[in-house]
Write a protein that binds this ligand. Structure first.
Ligand code: ATP
Ligand code: MG
Length: 223
């Protein structure tokens, strides 16, 4: 049992708190907040509210997505260029945690999110390169992801060697996984995620003008 009594999370998402592992500082512990789970249940359409916690729990979904990833890509070391290594689940004093690689900056502190770094216009060329490399890797490995949101990507490493890592949003909904089985379906799905990622980056960089639901339908000039 990992004791987190005196630990503070280093970051908090909409659903989970993230702690640095007290004995293995290169690992991240993610714990679902119960109140976030309940709030999510209330936001669901009525017919989905009966679902058990484990069906809506981000940690369980992530665990399943990693299992699927490893079935799709057995012994593929390049997967971990842009995804944190996953070490399974562990009991903590605050409940069951997902354990994964903690992505670090050059000074050994947790890496910032892409969201925090895209306020500059134009973007720094090394960041643009890092984004391209990430998208190239997605195409090569055909990794299934949900929408690629800047707050779910962190930027590890330093200066010339930035590394974009998807720390949340691996896997896809059941229906999308079925469509991806059709000829060319997976490739089309991934291209669509990349297009949406670029539109999202552009929209956030502009200061989020208007509604995202409209911005995501609008092609960028170079598309
Ligand atoms: N492996 C990691 N390495 C470094 N930082 C991380 C890692 N995982 C999470 N973080 C930090 O913790 C924050 C919250 O993590 P995460 O996105 O997994 O939580 P969440 O509640 O599931 O998010 P959401 O609000 O998207 O549902 C991230 O935005 C990031 O800043
Ligand atoms: Mg997140």
């Amino acid at each position: 049992m990992i004791d987190l009594t005196d630990c503070q999370p280093f970051a908090r998402g909409g659903n989970r708190d993230c702690y640095r592992h007290p004995e293995q500082p290169d690992r991240c512990l993610k714990l679902v907040r119960t109140e976030a789970l309940e709030a999510r249940r209330k936001r669901q359409p009525r017919y989905k509210r009966w679902r058990p916690n484990h069906a809506m729990d981000d940690n369980q979904q992530e665990h399943r997505a990693y299992q699927q990833l490893l079935r799709d890509h057995p012994e593929c070391d390049t997967l971990w260029h842009h995804l944190p290594r996953f070490y399974g689940q562990a009991d903590t004093s605050l409940g069951l945690a997902n354990v994964c690689e903690l992505i670090l900056s050059a000074d050994n502190t947790p890496a910032p999110t892409l969201e925090a770094l895209i306020t500059a216009d134009p973007l720094h060329p090394t960041l643009v390169d890092a984004i391209r490399q990430f998208q190239q890797w997605l195409r090569q490995h055909q990794v299934m992801t949900r929408n690629l949101l800047p707050h779910n990507l962190v930027v590890g490493g330093q200066d010339e060697q930035l590394r974009l890592v998807l720390i949340d949003g691996l896997g896809a909904a059941w229906a999308q996984q079925q469509l991806a089985q059709l000829p060319g379906g997976r490739r089309r799905y991934i291209e669509r995620r990349i297009i949406k990622m670029n539109r999202r980056l552009h929209w956030e960089q502009q200061g989020r003008p208007g509604r995202w639901e409209e911005a995501e339908q609008r092609p960028l000039p170079h598309e």
